[in-house]
Design a protein around this ligand. Structure first.
Ligand code: ZN
Length: 49
């Protein structure tokens, strides 16, 4: 999966989510980066609901 740090914007690929950002060392700032597919799925979901 691809993660992005919301603190420093560092993006990287990983199998497991680390506890801290490998770049800036902040904890709890790592989120899955949204792909184009995720945006499409969300848009489809929002249209139905
Ligand atoms: Zn970071």
């Amino acid at each position: 999966m691809r993660l992005v740090c919301t603190n420093c914007e560092y993006k990287f690929n990983t199998e497991k989510v680390p506890k801290i950002c490998p770049y800036c060392g902040s904890s709890g700032t790592l989120e899955r980066e949204k792909t184009a597919d995720d945006f499409i799925k969300e848009a489809e979901y929002n249209e139905r609901s």
